[in-house]
Design a protein around this ligand. Structure first.
Ligand code: ADP
Ligand code: MG
Length: 460
């Protein structure tokens, strides 16, 4: 089935076997088993085609292993103009694992049985969610669907907002309520990453074709957290879409959360976005001063701590961005007071919160970094998120990712997402590349220092 390169009569199969061996050495037997064991290879008119089982494999291998494959084909001196990943849609080959241990360790096994009793975080309830102007609508909609899942017009309900503003709390509260009040029998809560992992697990093991779907067959209430991480994963999106459509048709309730409005999630299927837009989209904004004070009071009360009003006011007026940070500050105060046995006075609070408050002023946004890097390289900031591998865009993109990792506290996943929905492994790769370029490139070092100075001056 292997063709030879017409111009060079290369026996592609044996060449590919050698390449596979090298790939296995580079990525390790577990990843090799999962992603490469079943691949085939052919060269047609000088173009390399890697044959993979289906579109999901094609997307995954292209996203994660393209540079490696390119490098190894070159190393094996196989001439090619382009590489493409071709889904064959055939059944998986039944293959013997490379060695015994792989059968146990290659992929984390996820139980695929129908969950009858989902566990929810005991603190994430409606009672413990402080309502203010910033989250009133999201809270009301969440409560309405929890009381009557599938019976309101809020289907799907999508709650979106920045990090630490209570999205997970609200989703869990819906599940908790539905479980304790018995408004839904089968409830499934998953993060989008768990959904993806379970789907990959199903694709890889594929013992019987319905096992993955069984989990969702009898679901009355499906809660999926952080759906922005579906970005750029077309295989997962397709399966999610299938489940989503089926549940909606059966009038089962779906509640989702995202860190941005659905139509702003990069690399999401049009069809999914338009279905999302047919439900209710409720945002959560950062809480105002009054709500922040109410949240601090509530949390202190739960911990049996009485805080003077001036301390509550001091924390609330300085920690403004998100509730998780408010909680963190409070925990620090509680720890300190139990350690020293001293009451928490305004002076104690000032002393302990000093670093948090000064750090807050240094916060630098990914967008600002993108803008400064783009200016310095003479391209537009939007190009950094575009899907092009041209070096005059891909190099500044790597620089911008490197600076985001260095100057912000954003996770690699969030950084990747803000660069057109790229995977976090791409961010790691880019940062390593710039790190090594910097070692012997004075000019680049100066350029990056100048960009950093410009970012910092913007902050003052
Ligand atoms: P997100 O999922 O949006 O990143 P979380 O739901 O994890 O945020 O919230 C972060 C923390 O802040 C949690 O401990 C949560 O209980 C708390 N929190 C957020 N909003 C509120 C609120 N309105 N009232 C009480 N606690 C809140
Ligand atoms: Mg969350």
């Amino acid at each position: 089935m292997f063709k030879t390169n017409s111009s060079n009569e290369i026996p592609a199969e044996s060449q590919w076997q050698k390449c596979l061996q090298r790939i296995c050495e580079k990525i390790g037997p577990a990843s090799y088993e999962t992603w490469f064991r079943t691949t085939d290879f052919l060269i047609n008119h000088g173009n390399a085609h890697i044959l993979v089982p289906n579109q999901f494999f094609a997307d995954f291998i292209e996203e994660h292993f393209s540079p490696l494959i390119e490098e190894i084909l070159k190393e094996a001196q196989i001439p090619f103009n382009t590489i493409s990943f071709v889904p064959t849609q055939k059944e998986w080959k039944i293959v013997e694992p490379l060695c015994e241990e792989l059968t146990d360790s290659r992929v984390r096994t996820v139980p695929l049985s129908v969950e009858t009793h989902q566990k929810f975080h005991p603190n994430y309830t409606f009672e413990r969610f402080v309502v203010g102007d910033s989250n009133r609508m999201a809270h009301a909609a969440a409560l309405a669907v929890a009381e009557a899942p599938g019976k309101t017009t809020f289907n799907p309900l999508i709650v979106y907002g920045g990090t630490g503003l209570g999205k997970t709390h609200l989703l869990q509260a819906v599940g908790h309520f539905a479980q304790t009040e018995g408004t839904a029998d089968h409830i499934v809560y998953l993060t989008s990453e768990e959904f993806s992992a379970q789907y990959i697990d199903f694709v890889v093991h594929r013992k019987d074709s319905t096992s993955f779907y069984k989990k969702f067959t009898f679901v009355d209430l499906l809660l999926i957290d952080d759906i922005h991480f579906f970005s750029g994963k077309p295989g997962t999106q397709k399966e999610f879409c299938r489940i989503f459509n089926k549940l909606l048709l059966e009038r089962k309730q779906i509640v989702l959360s995202s860190d941005r409005p659905p139509d702003k999630i990069p690399d999401m299927m049009e069809h999914i976005i338009s279905r999302f837009m047919g439900g209710l989209i409720a945002d959560i904004q950062p809480p105002n001063l009054e709500t922040r004070m109410a949240i601090i009071r509530q949390k202190a009360e739960i911990d049996g701590l009485s805080l003077p009003n001036e301390v509550v006011q001091f924390i609330a007026s300085h920690i403004t961005s998100n509730v998780r940070e408010l909680e963190g500050t409070l925990i620090k105060l509680i720890a300190s007071s139990s350690f020293t046995g001293k009451d928490i006075t305004l002076d104690v609070a000032k002393e302990l919160c000093g670093d948090v408050i000064s750090r807050k002023n240094e916060r630098i946004s990914i967008r600002l970094i993108q803008q400064k890097v783009a200016d310095s390289f003479g391209i537009s900031a939007n190009q950094l998120s575009a899907h092009t591998r041209k070096r005059d865009v891909s190099f500044p993109r790597s620089v911008a990712m490197y600076l985001c990792k260095k100057l912000t506290s954003q996770s690699l996943r969030t950084i990747g997402l803000d660069f057109g929905g790229r995977d976090y492994s791409t961010v790691i790769y880019s940062c390593k590349k710039i790190d090594s370029d910097l070692e012997n490139n004075q000019e680049l070092r100066k350029k990056i220092e100048a960009i950093e100075a410009s970012i910092n001056s913007h902050q003052q």
